[in-house]
Design a protein around this ligand. Structure first.
Ligand code: A2R
Length: 317
């Protein structure tokens, strides 16, 4: 397979690069002094693309330059960075990395929820600043007695729900289709879910269909005791509306792992005391990133070895 050319637009973990280097002819686009000139000279030979969110938009404009492209193997379960419809129209298969990161992201969602509600980072800063010696840390809000609404009860959403059962809180959910395999109460709109709960955890895919699913109306419905946790994509939340809701105490607090324009976090958010801000850590452990990388490699090996992808996305399955 070493005669098969794979393009990697942006760096991936070293083991992924090493594994692809060993089996294919791997082109590291970010090391090219002139990416445009490289694509003009070598684009027609590229048959596989190893992509991640750092690769920029992967769609028709890039596909036009890679006429022999057969597969885009994405490092991540979310693939809103890739125009899967444009890929499908050209017969290009797109794969993602479902399953191997569900538990990690669910763990992080629970950690972020607890950190937000019990103000753990603020309390850590309090100890470090020596303020404990002057006075005890103020009492925090509580998870006790709350109802947690999950926006997107998919693979990760269900793992979050299972963990929440151990915390003895009520769980409800919204997505477009009601599930017949769970007993949690279903609400047919995001607003109805927000009205029924006082914690909202967003864990839907990004992209046009979910853009600003959490808007000013949803935040108002969540209410003054409400907490928003976003571990989905920044695009899912209307970020200016969230900033206004936090500032005006329309909601109580937010725990955010994702933002509208990463890695830029608006100064208004960074200045707020009622938010916990993480730098998009969802799947970011050594263990889980290694598993995701292996699945990227295995999808390419399977496609070029046996003609089938292991985890194609629904649009190109
Ligand atoms: O709507 P449904 O019935 O297709 O349910 C899916 C739900 N969902 C939506 N809910 C409301 N409005 C929408 N426009 C909408 N689009 C999708 O999100 C489904 O239950 C859930 C996604 O589940 P999975 O496909 O199993 O994705 P997974 O692995 O849980 O990951 C979710 C996202 C990733 O795409 C990354 O952006 C992030 O979590 O890490």
């Amino acid at each position: 397979m070493t005669d098969i050319s794979i393009l990697m637009p942006a760096p991936m973990p070293e083991p992924v690069i090493a594994a692809l280097d060993a089996r294919f002819t791997l082109h590291r686009l970010w090391e090219q002094p002139d990416a445009d000139a490289f694509l003009a000279a070598h684009g027609t030979a590229i048959r596989g693309l190893a992509a991640n969110t750092l690769a920029g938009p992967v769609g028709a404009a890039l596909f036009d330059r890679l006429p022999a492209l057969e597969i885009v193997a994405n490092f991540g379960v979310g693939y809103d960075n890739i125009d899967a419809g444009a890929a499908a129209a050209r017969g290009i298969v797109v794969t993602n990395t479902p399953g191997v990161l569900d538990a990690e992201v669910a763990d992080l969602a629970i950690g972020l929820l607890l950190a937000t509600i019990r103000r753990l980072p603020q309390a850590d800063r309090y100890v470090r600043d020596g303020r404990w010696e002057d006075a005890p840390f103020p009492l925090s809000p509580t998870l006790r007695g709350r109802t947690v609404g999950i926006l997107g009860l998919g693979a990760i959403g269900q793992q979050i729900a299972r963990r929440l059962e151990g915390f003895d809180v009520a769980v409800a959910y919204h997505q477009r289709t009601r599930r017949d395999d769970v007993a949690y109460p279903y609400h047919d709109t995001p607003v109805a879910l927000a009205q029924a709960c006082d914690v909202l955890i967003a864990i839907v895919p990004g992209g046009a269909a979910t853009r600003h699913l959490v808007d000013a109306e949803v935040l108002a419905a969540l209410g003054p005791d409400g907490i928003l946790v976003n571990v989905a994509r920044g695009s899912v939340v209307d970020q200016p509306a969230l900033i206004a809701a936090l500032r005006d105490r329309t909601i109580l607090a937010a725990g955010l792992d994702v933002y509208a324009d990463e890695p830029h976090v608006p100064p208004e958010l960074r200045a707020m005391e009622n938010v916990v801000l993480l730098p998009h850590l969802g799947s970011a452990s050594e263990h889980t990133r290694a598993a995701m990388g292996q699945l990227v490699v295995d999808n390419l090996l399977s496609w070029f070895g046996r003609g089938t992808a292991l985890t194609p996305v629904p649009e190109t399955a």
